[in-house]
Design a protein around this ligand. Sequence first.
Ligand code: NAG
Ligand code: NAG
Ligand code: NAG
Length: 570
Amino acid sequence: MRLSSLFPFATIFAVASANPMGRAMAVHESVAAVPSGFAHAGSVSPDQQITLRIALAQSDIAGLQAKTYAVSNPANALYGQHLTVDEVAKFVRPTSVTISEVSEWLSEHGITAKNVSPAGDLLQITVSVNKANALLGAQFSAFTHSATGKSSIRTLSYSLPASLQSHIRFVHPTVAFVPPLGAPSLNAVEVKRDVVEKRAAPISDAVPASCASVANPACIEAIYGFPADKANNSAQNVLGVAGYIDQFANFADVALFLRNLRPDLVGSNFTVVEIDGGENDQGNAGVEANLDIEMTISLAGGVPVSFISVGDDSQDDVDGFIDIVNSILATPIETRPTVLTTSYGFNEQDLPPSLAIGICDAYTQLAAAGISVLFASGDGGVGGVQPTECTTFVPTAPGGCPFITSVGGSTGVPPQVAASLSGGGFSNVFSIPDYQANDVATYISSIGDQYAGLYNSTGRGIPDVALQALNVEIAWLNSFWLVGGTSCASPIFAAMIALVNDRLIAAGKPVLGFLNPFLYSPAGRAAFTDVTSGNNPGCDTDGFSAGPGWDPVTGLGTPSFSLLLRAAGL
Ligand SMILES: *[C@@H]1O[C@H](CO)[C@@H](O)[C@H](O)[C@H]1NC(C)=O
Ligand SMILES: *[C@@H]1O[C@H](CO)[C@@H](O)[C@H](O)[C@H]1NC(C)=O
Ligand SMILES: *[C@@H]1O[C@H](CO)[C@@H](O)[C@H](O)[C@H]1NC(C)=O
């Protein structure tokens, strides 16, 4: 199912056909056949109402990207001058020509659209299937996702008036056949703890061998040099943890975790923000949600942690991945996160390129506004979010977006080795950003023609960094468990970034914001210990190997808190 390579955005079939309004139509996006994993499930009533989003051309996304790089590159005079949401909106807001052309077209069909993004670049319409077919020269019908039975209404192709092609990025959901987001498999193994365990005293010398088999907060702090001091600057330094698919973080489990493993932080708590009908069901503790909250609260002591519970009523039809961005942009700066960590993701090939780019453009707005956006890199090695059958390597999304920091996995006592599940590889949608161009070129030349044809040698490489991803101890269902996955690594790194931000705020400096140009800068990379051993098997291969320098298994390596502080000029 390689939608991305076979069916690019704005395909070349310029089949002009007249529609009832007399506008010449041209196919905008299409797929040749129903993607594998989905089955056609018959027609739908022409009167059935469907909701579509029209992504308008943004006035200057290239300008936003350039500005985001400028304010995030330590070598640039504008470093740290993060944009306000209004400044971001100026780049993203469609031109008045785009707005009037598109509304004229919609009004010809008697349709009024509603604005659903702060900058007005996303319009939403609710129309009958009949009307949608007429508007878009489409044939909407029912499809079922075979593995889950989840049904959806999609079309294999849609057209736009030729004169509007440049004013509309995409209409969604139309040709996107995206498998429902699955819970990352953390392979939770219960460990017996009959008595309240005293927190292992902070480890000051060598990290004990026991940390290789049970990575509790004391181990993780020792491995990466987390500070003992609690953060003091809670204002404008919220750490956001994204929660999806009815995964709820449990107050009682988190309290149990802290009592046992960070007694000095007992009483620390998290707040819950609910969007898209998200809930806070305390009768339904999610292993992923607990992991993410326990890592952030226990490691970023004193930093306010906000669990953003994204419900099933997503407006974006990508499980809320774009809705959460618009929600954060609409949050007052005092409570807006400065770091956002997400332990869920897609295989890039399951997203039409227009949508992968649309998601990336959304997160770029957060990056521009000074928010560090972290995503777990996936748990299937070179095979994607989870181990899958594959004939070519499967990069993950949205970590392949150049404005996101992709967090891979490592394990063991220092010097750490790669966790074999660590998602890594090269995007088929996003080209190599400048900040890692030399690193990627050096790695690719080091492997010669190994795996030629299985990965895209011009694509953005992931992950950027790696942290603990195996044998991580958590509390869940009133008990203790060991879990594994890059789902552990992303919140751990988020906690570290939040603590650096705390020190920066205390020093009167801007927070780190979009991390990658800083991480790959000479000062930034000096804060990492290169991981040179291990590999990430998948697709019936041994996967890539970690080695000296950046690699698509562990990125730049594992961070040290004190060296990151120094890199940040503290
Ligand atoms: C926070 O304040 C306490 C009390 O003044 C101090 O001991 C601690 O070092 C501070 N933490 C940081 C990170 O500066
Ligand atoms: C955390 O906050 C929730 C919701 O306000 C509350 O029910 C719970 O008791 C709090 N936990 C602690 C340890 O304060
Ligand atoms: C490889 O990646 C580039 C982006 O760097 C993309 O334009 C191209 O289509 C990709 N090739 C394939 C075969 O997917």
